[in-house]
Each structure stands twice: as structure tokens, then as C-alpha cells.
Design a protein around this ligand. Structure first.
Ligand code: 59J
Length: 590
């Protein structure tokens, strides 16, 4: 028997197996064609739907600038690293490298991921440089991705910190202008659909659902140069006198624009680690104080308005004290005897001011204080602004009438006081203090005092800065200056303190046609010198001197520079057109 005959031949079985294989192949081929040709769109969509995400596109926050467009707050693009904790859990072996590159504590990272393990999103580190972001992505860790954000940067640092304020890490205004004008600055975030790969990285921008609308820039009234000058002088004085704090405000009296607004202590808005309420406050608007003698010009203005007093009306300041009642005796530091109203201001006589106030109606004093905005919220709308306090005259007894006249029993902010001095400087026209530029749209301002009265009081304030006045150290070479000193004992638990003072100066320049008003407050100077005339007046003098020059305001007192008017030679400009010969007509020349 041959081999062939020995092995049974199952021809039917072979055909069957081949048939099954053939059918299977055909089915597979059909499926391939089906998926790739007939179901292509459906499947593509299903796949995309699983990898497609809608992500937010942050909007660029508007820039804050000074009046000349110098940047005070700007937003720069940065990257933030985030993770999907579930996906990242699958790559535990990479955590250590991740922590190292991100400069995070490994234990902290582990705890963070454990706490958020049910979530799909957690920030690992925000606002990092593009270089660091590249390094993180180079690790190719599943579930780790980047998000574009904006970081706020404050080029002027502590100098503008109290005015500009700052945003939080989510770009929302927290303090100052950043908070007050948040809606204007912030813009609207957009959104887009993206495809993310297995690692959560965006591989394709599919479509923009809505474009981010950038926020708008905001220009402030402040002048960076004057602000720096005021800040430098205030800081030096606070430090030299080991004072607790200090503030200064410079206003343009013709518009009410705030040109400088500074405080000590301050903070660095770019690095807010050491932030506390002492450093944070914009004291020029949040803190109130008893203005002491700086109020006297308004007492005198009310007296002049009453018609009962003139600048040369004599006042008997007696032997330096005035007993009002059993609870109050008003005292002067020196005995000035019989002086006129002008000298009451020049020498800062408390007895003189009280005598004047007791001779006029309480309502007349209250009215004037009220009209110049003392104890009334300004319209700056600054966050945290204090109202101050001026009680109603119907509740004043003799004690209040006397003490209010020299600045006790009412409280004001530095901004309010500056605004009141600006009204005096602007011939009685009151311009609301504003942090935004007037840009030619200057309101006329309400007339809160007759111009002649403002001028008479200003002349007295010039005497106070003269060589026999209390404020001689506020003088500015080349310019006539007016202003008032004040040294006010602070209220403590046991009444007025014997060791804690506020040194004050408020004034304006040039006295002839004032452009600037300024208030300086030094809180608790500790040195042997602590009078307003010694501590605050020099700050005024130095800042005003620089500001007047920066603004190109013509000197109105050349004699103080040792220049005699006869010495001044005015260069005669060359004629732009040929001089006329005698007999020529003017036609053709004009
Ligand atoms: C003073 C006050 C407190 C409150 C007095 C300052 C009163 C008063 C009760 C003694 C220091 C001091 C209502 S002084 O501002 O008169 O600025 O250059 O604090 O009088 O009655 O050891 N200022 N200051 N008074 N209180 N109550 C003068 C004066 C002022 C100066 C100097 C010397 C006070 C000329 C203040 C300055 O004009």
C-alpha cells in the first residue's frame, strides 16, 4: 500500500477550513472599508469628542500709566503648570523629577495630589518663565500641561504702591486703582476648543469660541517725576526722624488733579511677602487726624467773611493763655501780646484763633469748614477712604468753638486738607481732588469763598513762610510760597500725649498765582526736633522746589535768588520779517 493510501483524505474538511478563512478575511476587509470609508466622519467626531476640551483664554489686563504715559502697572505673559491628578497618579516614577524641575517640595507635591486625586485640574506652579515651562514639558509626564496667564508687574515699585495697589494671582484688583478701576482694566476672557493628546498637551487649536477682549489702559493724573521726588523726600525725613509714618499729597490747584500721593511705610508690590496693614494703607485717604494749626487759615477766612474782622484787626492774646471754662485753657508756646489777625497766622497763636472764633457765630465757622470739604468724603472714591468728622455746629459749646478754631475736635484726611488748601490757592474755587487726568475738561469749580478773602488769607500764609514765620523752612528760592505749620499732640488713652506728635505743613506756590498745593504729615517724629516747622516744612520746601521746576512754572521771586530786575537782560528776538522802512505801509507785513 502506498503512503497516500494510508493517510485518509478529507477533501471536504480542507474546503471547509479554506472557506471559513476566506470568509473571515472578507469580513475583515469589509470592516476595514466600512470603518475607513463609510464611517469615517462619525468615528473622527467620536474620537475628537473624547480629546476635545474647551479651555479659557485669559484676557490681557490694561496698563496703568502716569499722566505722561509712563507705565506703572503692566501685564506680561507667563505660563502656569497644571495637572490632571488622575493621569499624573499613573506616572508616580516621574514625580521626583517633576518636583525637582518645578522647585517644589516632593512631600508637598504628594500631599497636594493626594488631596485633589478626585479632581481633573490642579495648579502645580503658577507664573513661571517660558524657559522653566519648556523644561517641565520636556519631561513628557502624562497629565501635566501648561496654561498661558498674565502676571502683573509694577515698574515703579514702592513709590506708587499705595496709589496703584495690586492684583491677586488671578489678575483681580485687590487694592488701590487696581481695585477701584478693576472693571475697566480687566477685559473679558475668551474660550477656545482644543484637542489634547494622551499627555494632556494641546496639539491642535480647533476653533476659537470667543476671542478674549483685552482690558483698557488707564492713565492717572499723577506725575511720575513729582511722585518720585515726594517719595524720596518723605522717606528720608521719616527715617531721619525715626517717625512712625508719613504722608504727602501734591495737587494741581487749577484742576484738582492729584500729581503726587505718597506714604511711609510702604511695600514692594512685586514681592508682597512682608505685607501688613501698616505698610499697606494709603494713609493720605484712609487715615484721619486732628489738623491742629493747619486749620487756622480757614478760621480766619470765616472771620473775614463775617465782616467782623479784617487782616489788621487787633487781637489781644493776653499773656499767652485764654481760660475758656473750667475744662479748657487755650495756650500759646510764646506770649505774643497784642497782635493783628495776620500775625495770629504768622506766629500760629492758638489764643488768637480761639478769640476770633468765639467772636463769630458757630454756624459761620462750620459753614466755611464744610464748604472747603473738611470732614466730608472726597469724590476720589478711593478704596478704604475715611470720611473724617466735623460735628454739627448746633451741638458745639464754647469748648468746641474754641478748640475747632485751632484744629482740635475735628478730623480730616491729608487729601481733604490738601483739597481745602487748593481751594484757598485757587481764589476760593473748589475743584474735587481726582486721581484721573482732567485733560482739558476742567470743571469751573464751585466758588466756596470770595476771591478777595482767599487772597487776604494767602498773604498771611506768605508771612508764615517768611523769615519771622513758623514755616520759614518751607521757603523755595525763586518763588513766593504760602503755608502753615502745625504741631499737634496726638490723642492717647489718657488724653493728649506729652510725647507723641503729628508734625504738619500745608501750603501752596507760587503765592502770586498758585499752581500747586501740598500737605505733609509726619507721624510721631522721635528726634529733638518735632515741630511741624522743623520736620514737615523742609519736605514741602524741597518737593515744591523740584515740582515747580519740573512743571516749568516761572519763578515769581527773582530777588530771592540775588537777581536784581535791572540785571535781567531780555534777549531781543531777530525780527521774523524785514523791518519796515519809514513810510512803508503795514500791508504785506501783517
Ligand atoms: C502743641 C496741642 C492739644 C489739644 C502743644 C504742640 C492744644 C490743645 C486741647 C504743646 C506741642 C506741645 C484741645 S508749637 O501747631 O500748640 O508747628 O512749628 O497739641 O494746644 O489745646 O508740646 N506749632 N502747636 N497744641 N494741643 N489741645 C505750635 C502749635 C501749632 C509749632 C511751633 C511751636 C500747639 C511754632 C500744640 C510749629 O501752631
Amino acid at each position: 500500500m502506498s503512503e497516500r493510501e494510508k493517510i485518509p483524505h478529507y477533501a471536504g474538511r480542507l474546503r471547509f477550513v479554506l472557506g471559513v478563512l476566506g470568509l473571515a478575511t472578507a469580513l475583515l476587509l469589509w470592516r476595514v472599508v466600512d470603518l475607513h470609508v463609510f464611517n469615517r466622519d462619525f468615528l473622527q467626531h467620536q474620537g475628537d469628542a473624547r480629546a476635545l476640551r474647551v479651555v479659557e483664554v485669559p484676557a490681557h489686563r490694561g496698563m496703568i500709566t502716569d499722566r505722561h504715559g509712563e507705565p506703572l502697572a503692566i501685564s506680561t505673559p507667563v505660563e502656569s503648570v497644571w495637572a490632571n491628578p488622575r493621569e499624573l497618579a499613573a506616572a508616580r516614577d516621574k514625580w521626583k523629577a517633576l518636583a525637582r524641575v518645578l522647585e517644589l517640595d516632593l512631600r508637598g507635591l504628594e500631599q497636594l495630589l493626594a488631596k485633589r486625586q478626585e479632581r481633573e485640574f490642579v495648579y502645580l506652579r503658577r507664573h513661571i518663565t517660558p524657559e522653566l515651562a519648556q523644561k517641565v514639558m520636556a519631561l513628557e509626564i502624562p497629565g501635566v500641561a501648561l496654561q498661558r496667564e498674565y502676571r502683573r508687574y509694577y515698574p515703579a515699585g514702592e513709590v506708587f504702591a499705595h496709589v496703584v495697589g495690586f492684583t491677586n494671582i488671578d489678575d483681580a484688583g485687590q487694592e488701590g486703582i487696581e481695585l477701584l478701576h478693576n472693571a475697566w482694566l480687566k477685559g473679558t476672557p475668551g474660550s477656545k476648543r482644543v484637542i489634547k493628546d494622551r499627555l494632556g498637551r494641546i496639539v491642535e487649536n480647533v476653533e476659537s469660541i470667543s476671542e478674549p477682549r483685552p482690558g483698557q489702559d488707564l492713565r492717572l493724573a499723577l506725575d511720575r517725576r513729582i511722585q518720585y521726588l515726594a517719595y524720596r523726600e518723605l522717606k528720608a525725613t521719616v527715617s531721619r526722624n525715626q517717625a512712625r509714618a508719613g504722608s504727602a499729597v501734591v495737587l494741581d490747584v487749577t484742576t484738582g488733579e492729584v500729581l503726587a500721593m505718597v506714604n511711609q511705610p510702604a511695600y514692594n508690590p512685586n514681592n508682597r511677602g512682608d505685607l501688613n496693614s501698616e505698610r499697606l494703607r494709603n494713609r493720605t485717604v484712609t487715615d484721619v487726624f486732628e489738623p491742629g494749626s493747619t486749620i487756622k487759615p480757614f478760621t480766619v477766612a470765616a472771620a473775614l467773611e463775617s465782616g467782623k474782622f479784617r487782616p489788621d484787626t487787633p487781637i489781644d492774646t493776653g499773656s499767652g493763655f485764654l481760660r475758656v471754662n473750667s475744662r479748657l485753657t487755650v495756650r500759646d508756646v510764646h506770649n505774643y501780646g497784642r497782635i493783628d489777625v495776620r500775625r495770629v497766622i504768622q506766629k500760629s497763636s492758638n489764643v488768637g484763633a480761639a478769640t476770633i472764633a468765639l467772636a463769630i457765630k458757630p454756624q459761620q465757622l462750620w459753614d466755611l469748614f464744610n464748604r472747603v470739604g473738611l470732614g466730608t468724603m472726597t469724590s476720589s472714591a478711593f478704596p478704604g477712604e475715611a470720611t473724617g468728622l466735623l460735628t454739627d455746629f448746633t451741638r458745639w459749646r464754647e469748648t468746641e468753638r474754641a478748640t475747632l478754631s485751632y484744629g482740635y475736635g475735628l478730623s480730616v484726611t491729608a487729601l481733604q486738607l490738601a483739597q481745602a488748601y487748593a481751594a484757598l490757592a485757587a481764589d476760593g474755587r473748589m475743584h474735587a481732588a481726582t486721581l484721573l487726568p482732567a485733560d482739558g475738561h476742567v470743571q469751573d469749580g464751585s466758588q466756596v469763598m470770595r476771591p478777595e478773602i482767599a487772597q487776604q488769607v494767602r498773604a498771611m500764609l506768605e508771612l508764615a513762610v517768611g523769615k519771622d514765620g513758623t514755616g520759614s523752612r518751607a521757603a523755595v528760592p525763586g518763588y513766593r510760597v504760602g503755608g502753615k505749620t502745625g504741631t499737634a499732640r496726638k490723642v492717647t488713652a489718657g488724653g493728649y500725649s506729652d510725647s507723641r506728635y503729628l508734625a504738619l505743613f500745608a501750603g501752596f506756590a507760587p503765592a502770586d498765582a498758585p499752581r500747586l498745593a501740598m500737605v505733609v504729615v509726619i507721624d510721631e517724629p522721635q528726634g529733638t526736633e518735632y515741630y511741624g516747622g522743623q520736620v514737615a516744612a523742609p519736605v514741602f520746601g524741597r518737593v515744591m522746589s523740584g515740582a515747580l521746576r519740573l512743571l516749568d512754572i516761572a519763578p515769581d521771586d527773582l530777588e530771592s535768588l540775588g537777581v536784581k530786575l535791572a540785571d535781567v537782560t531780555v534777549p531781543v528776538p531777530a525780527p521774523a520779517v524785514p523791518l519796515m522802512r519809514t513810510g512803508a505801509t503795514t500791508r504785506g507785513v501783517l
